[in-house]
Design a protein around this ligand. Structure first.
Ligand code: PLP
Length: 419
């Protein structure tokens, strides 16, 4: 082998593979509604104008040298105030908050700071990238398969049999890939389970930590309210590491400013890990984000327009699927609650295409739909479930509302061609 075992066996992003096929078709002139990547098309969902202006101002002011490895103080202070104002959470700028180049380095450094090779960790599937971070840290991963009946969210009863000896419970709400969220009661019960487990551990024993990924907490719809562990159970403060940032909240995936916060005991270890990776956020973007977060009116106006637009696209897709379901197709969708995703079912297992190919896996169905309907999703198997799940993630960030609406009749026609 020419490279390490770890590198040799690392699996790249399944989503990007599907996206590559979509892009090739588009380049060939095909009309494809690309509902694959969890990204935004900036011509449809631009970043806030005020943030864009502040970035230009920060570059003009020559904020082009190294930032502090854990983030510029002004941004950590802005984040601290933002968390206090919007979530009622108290985290100190100097010791309990850190900044990184988007939230991925924060997730990876949380894993690295907590998990030793062979340590037991727990996460639900489908979920985003935990399988890869578990692999990278050589964790002993307990993957809990969740169910559509429970909005694909895990419950305390699902987790309870596995908590003994576990060191990390990775949770996310609103959840990528499903766009569903924890109910207050479900999250409270999980918090109580973790509190009880930690009380039972001996002194010096590694506790059970929660990594709580709330990247999409600002994107919630209707009556759906975001809950987080420490707000519900303040005594959990020493055990929860939050993953958060601007990538999704402000459609700023390319700006690369993420923030994490949690107990000093863990955050202080994550800081040098991110520092050694050099995975800090660009300095000008940090300075700009720190100013933007303080511009309450601009933030509020942007969020209300952005959310309305996201919700319209998700609702159009959900309605389209519900119509097809009512017409007798074996399809379904779960009401969108948050994030930019809709959970859809297209159960065409065992059906035969006009070319005579039998569709046996979710990937088969997906590639058939890409080719025949010009509509591309991501099978839940890309998020850790088995290939036998005929549920998919539909992401609306890179498609226009018109695109989505035009895709539904094509989807219907493609389903009608199956026998
Ligand atoms: C739940 C969740 N957490 C974290 C991330 C990573 O965010 P970033 O682009 O800031 O690294 C994503 C991106 O898709 C996500 O969906």
């Amino acid at each position: 082998m020419l490279v390490s075992n770890l590198a040799e066996n690392l699996i790249g992003s399944e989503i990007l593979k599907i996206a590559a096929q979509v892009n090739a078709m588009k380049a060939g002139g095909a009309q494809v509604s690309n509902l694959t990547v969890g990204d935004f098309d900036p011509s449809i969902f631009p970043i806030p104008e005020a943030l864009q202006e502040e970035i230009a101002i920060a570059y003009a002011a020559k904020h082009t040298n190294y930032p502090p490895a854990d983030g510029v103080m002004a941004l950590r202070q802005s984040v601290s105030a933002f968390l206090k104002e919007h979530l009622g959470l108290s985290y100190s700028a100097d010791k309990e908050i850190m900044i990184a180049g988007g939230s991925r380095p924060l997730i990876y450094s949380t894993y690295l700071a907590i998990v030793d090779p062979g340590d037991k960790i727990i996460f639900p599937t489908p979920s985003w990238n935990n399988n890869h971070y578990a692999y990278l840290t050589q964790a002993n991963a307990v993957m809990l398969e969740t169910k559509p009946e429970h909005n694909y969210m895990p419950s305390a009863a699902d987790i309870a049999p596995h908590v003994k000896g576990a060191v990390l419970l990775a949770l996310c709400s609103p959840l990528n890939p499903t766009g569903t969220m924890f109910s207050k009661q479900d999250l409270e019960e999980i918090c109580d389970l973790v509190i009880a487990e930690n009380k039972s551990r001996k002194e010096g024993e590694k506790p059970l930590y929660i990594m709580f990924d709330q990247m999409y907490w600002m994107l919630t719809f209707g009556d759906h309210k975001h809950y987080d562990p420490v707000s519900l159970r303040p005594e959990l403060k020493d055990y929860v590491i939050y993953i958060d940032g601007s990538s999704k909240a402000f459609a700023a995936t390319g700006v690369r400013v993420g923030w994490g916060f949690g107990p000093e005991s863990v955050i202080s270890k994550m800081k040098p890990i991110v520092g050694h990776m050099g995975a800090w956020a660009p300095k000008a973007e940090q300075v700009a984000t720190s100013v933007f977060l303080q511009q309450k009116e601009e933030v509020a106006t942007y969020m209300s327009n952005f959310k309305e637009k996201v919700q319209k696209s998700l609702s159009a897709l959900h309605t389209g699927f519900q119509h097809l379901k009512n017409e007798g197709f074996d399809v379904d969708s779960i009401e969108p609650m948050g994030a930019i995703y809709l959970t859809v079912k297209v159960n065409m297992k065992g059906k035969t295409t006009p070319e005579g190919k039998v569709l046996s896996t979710a990937s088969d169905v997906n590639f058939y739909l890409i080719k025949e309907a010009g509509m591309a999703f991501v099978p839940f198997s890309a998020f850790g479930t088995t290939e036998d799940e005929f549920w998919f993630r539909a992401s609306i960030g890179a498609a226009s509302l018109a695109d989505i609406e035009a895709g539904i009749p094509r989807l219907k026609a493609a389903l009608q061609k199956l026998s």
